[in-house]
Design a binder for this molecule. Structure first.
Ligand code: XUL
Length: 524
């Protein structure tokens, strides 16, 4: 008898599903809905509504609900074993918020399977659109919250992050300030994660600790709403929130809507959803302190598990709660592949030529430093874009190829120091994790083995693993071990590990000092 678990991922551009078989360690079904392609009637550009103000980024919550119907229909039509699923959980793009009026509990309890979710939920919203993580229109509200709470550091110490434009608290404050009536009509504020979990479970689902930490509203050590933060955000807020609860909380059985319409079992359990980053942490197997993932995408992110709660004194990184109950850190560097591609293109190279050029230069590049701020940078905060070179000639092609990668890796090492967790293994993921120059410099700068990990859809996988963990916690006498659940799904290819050359350690220790000085000169 195989034990099956369903994980869903409601991300910016798509909704996807994986069903895992815990006993064989295999994914047995996968489906996805692309919002822009499959639901063009919502008029989004890659899942986001266009707006005249480039800082505003919203999405229609009914689109996410409709995608859930489409996704389950596809799973059913593909004969996915929905009826054998024991528990369901999910992942939501972090920070985005959904505003619901007082009709929502009754609507959720009485979802009619002969109608669509859109028809069932119509009229339940006190705000037609949801601000999402790409929104950066709340600088004023961030400042007001930080002023009310005694400054940026006070907010970071209380909630795990300084006030960030995309975080939910500043977004709620903006809604309260610009639409007081809409705010007053709002009986319940959900995150993307808890909104979707509410539909799956036929009743308002609480926010979990992992996603709650991305709101600037949760006391990061007590793991409760911070009264001070709520007061600084908007009046009467506590009554509009549910949770926060541990990520393994079960809300009950799944809604009969999904049982009757799509064939889920009536006894399948609904587990609270979490944010995409906490879910990916599990999907990548980052369950031990010292395990770090570097995701190399348009932007690069650096995230990992921490046992103690340490907050970045510079306010650049975030602390969330890991689904294991530990803490997790996340640092986002905007000029990732974006910068590597700009350098490559500036010299008319393809990737093999870029790699060969970089390998042509010695470790440490004779002290050359390139600060690759092609776009405004998040970490370190650089508002005015611009590339800066130190002891580096712009016309020297190989030096520039090596310098951009060394700078990025040194920046990660420098800006993750506050975690006080020396990486013991790094999982490189994302498009650029195949690039041998990047992997070599990554392992040497961090003096840590690097594993190239090919996990597609780590957030949905993480959600299915969380569903399994919650189910086992609920049904067995002995608590399940995370390793037993996660390890079969995160297979490391030991033959592909890249190990550091210990002789390079001193070179990079020295270059780090120089890099930090250059950065101070530019970023202050
Ligand atoms: C994290 C963040 C993004 C979104 C993407 O703070 O804003 O990673 O979670 O979905």
């Amino acid at each position: 008898m195989s034990r099956l678990f369903l994980g869903l991922d409601s991300s910016t551009q798509s909704l996807s599903a994986v069903i895992i078989d815990l006993d064989s360690g295999k994914v047995v079904a996968e489906e996805g809905i692309n919002f822009a392609e499959d639901l063009p009637q919502y008029g989004t550009d890659h899942g986001v509504l266009t707006n005249d103000d480039p800082r505003v980024a919203h999405a229609p919550p009914l689109m996410w609900a409709e995608a859930l119907d489409l996704l389950f229909a596809r799973l059913r039509d593909a004969d996915a074993p929905l009826g054998d699923v024991l528990a369901v959980s999910g992942s939501g793009q972090q920070h985005g918020s959904v505003y619901l009026n007082a009709t929502i509990p009754a609507k959720l309890e009485n979802l009619n399977p002969s109608r669509t979710l859109v028809e069932n939920l119509a009229g339940a919203f006190s705000r037609a659109t949801s601000p999402i993580w790409m929104d950066s229109s709340t600088t004023e509200e961030c400042q007001e919250i930080m002023d009310a709470m005694g400054g940026a550091t006070a907010v970071a110490e209380a909630t795990g992050s300084v006030a960030f434009e995309r975080f939910t608290g500043p977004q709620i404050r903006k809604f309260f300030k610009t639409d007081a009536t809409g705010y007053a009509d709002t009986a319940h504020i959900a995150l993307v994660s808890s909104f979707m979990a509410s539909i799956m479970g036929a009743g308002l689902a609480p926010i979990d600790h992992g996603d709650g930490a991305g709101m600037n509203m949760m006391d990061i050590t007590a793991r409760e709403w911070s009264d001070e933060a709520l007061d600084a955000t908007a009046p009467g807020l506590a009554a509009k929130l549910l949770g926060p609860v541990p990520s393994w909380t079960i809300t009950g059985a799944v809604s009969s809507y999904f049982v009757k319409k799509y064939g889920l079992s009536a006894t399948a359990l609904n587990v609270v959803w979490s944010g995409d980053n906490p879910n990916s942490l599990i999907g990548l197997g980052l369950i031990e302190p010292g395990y770090v993932a570097i995701s190399l995408g348009t932007s690069d992110t650096f995230f990992g598990t921490m046992q103690a709660c340490r907050v970045d004194p510079r306010g650049e990184g975030h602390v969330f709660v890991s689904p294991t109950g530990d803490y997790m850190s996340l640092i986002c560097f905007k000029n990732g592949s974006l910068a590597r591609e700009r350098v490559r293109d500036a010299y008319g190279l393809d990737w093999p030529a870029f790699v060969a050029a970089g390998f042509d230069r010695p470790v440490g590049n004779n002290g050359a430093v390139l600060l690759p701020y092609f776009e405004p940078e998040i970490v370190p905060k650089v508002l005015e874009p611009g590339v800066r070179r130190f002891d580096l000639d712009e016309t020297d092609v190989p030096d520039n190829c090596r310098a951009v990668v060394e700078a990025q890796m040194l920046s990660m090492r420098l800006h993750s120091r506050w975690m006080q967790v020396a990486p013991t293994r790094i999982y490189a993921t994302g498009g650029a994790s195949k690039n041998p120059l990047i992997l070599r410099i990554m392992t040497d700068v961090h003096q840590c083995p690097v594993y190239g990990l090919k996990v597609a859809n780590s957030a949905a996988l993480g959600a299915s693993l969380r569903a399994a963990h919650a189910y086992l916690t609920h049904t067995s006498d002995t608590p399940p071990l995370w390793h037993d659940i996660v390890d079969p799904f995160v297979q490391l290819d030991a033959s592909k590990v890249v190990r550091p050359d210990r002789n390079t350690a001193k070179v990079y220790d020295n270059l780090l000092e120089k890099y930090a000085a250059c950065e101070r000169e530019v970023a202050g």
